[in-house]
Design a protein around this ligand. Sequence first.
Ligand code: ATP
Ligand code: ATP
Ligand code: MG
Ligand code: MG
Ligand code: MG
Ligand code: MG
Length: 274
Amino acid sequence: MANSEFEYVRGFEQQDAIPPSNWIVVRIDGRGFSKLCEKYNFEKPNDQRALDLMNAAATEVVRSLVDVVLAYGQSDEYSFVFHESANLFERRAAKLATTVATTFTAEYCLQWRSFFPDEELTRPYPTFDGRCVAYPKRKILKDYLAWRQADCHINNLYNTTFWNLVQRNDMSGYAAEEALKGSLAGDKNEILFSQFGINYNNEPAVWRKGTVIYRAYDDETESGPQPHSKGAINRDSKSQIEKEKKRRQKARIAVEYVDIIGDAFWDARPYILA
Ligand code: ATP
Ligand code: ATP
Ligand code: MG
Ligand code: MG
Ligand code: MG
Ligand code: MG
């Protein structure tokens, strides 16, 4: 049937393979989570159950896709980094983004009960969109991740201050928004400290920094950490590819709430982007 008279329609498909030697990031984001928060009574500004569920779903995505070297999540979004040598789906963008988004969505919905035993999940069920972006250099990839973590910090400082004004000062949302208009980070830190006795730096790290998940090779004893690029799929023999895949499957999956802005994180774990 391969050459039926209908086969020509395949020619209408878009070529969307990500060029070689680029780091591929798939970012997923929850659809309409502002509304979903209200529906399921998320605590504001940070519902820890919801963050734990995001992290649990992301961990399974990382586990199931061995080309993913690291993932970073905050709020209702997660970014998954595929190694520059990854060859999954011949690097086709739509296949990568849809597979990540659907795997994540399935995990999020099916694990919901474990994190929200008192909130029955009803339609419309949570869904996540996904997009693929290619970064041609490690430096730009690190800047991408720094951008997401800086976004987490800025939003969380604002939201923490906003919700304290609303919840503990009985301000309306409008009044709190007005009070914070044009304020700098220092002003918000000061409001938190002087009005609510909150030292922002003592807020939970997962709220301030988001979550970093990565394959850790620090447990390897035999030959020490090996660079990922050794597994570059097109160059290596089949048995080498299988060996590398097993190695990645065996790696510990680390979940940490740490700074990825700056060099310290990367210098301490050189194997992640090797
Ligand atoms: P879109 O469909 O365009 O993404 P959205 O409503 O999901 O719309 P986002 O910009 O993605 O908009 O914002 C996500 C919203 O969900 C934010 O308001 C954020 O504060 C909220 N949110 C996400 N996770 C949590 C959480 N764990 N606890 C409390 N609120 C959360
Ligand atoms: P890929 O990940 O590349 O899509 P695949 O194993 O899903 O790999 P497909 O070409 O999509 O390969 O083929 C789907 C397979 O699932 C076929 O073998 C098809 O016969 C089988 N299949 C799908 N639906 C049914 C069904 N309802 N009953 C029995 N077999 C099915
Ligand atoms: Mg949005
Ligand atoms: Mg969203
Ligand atoms: Mg979002
Ligand atoms: Mg199939």
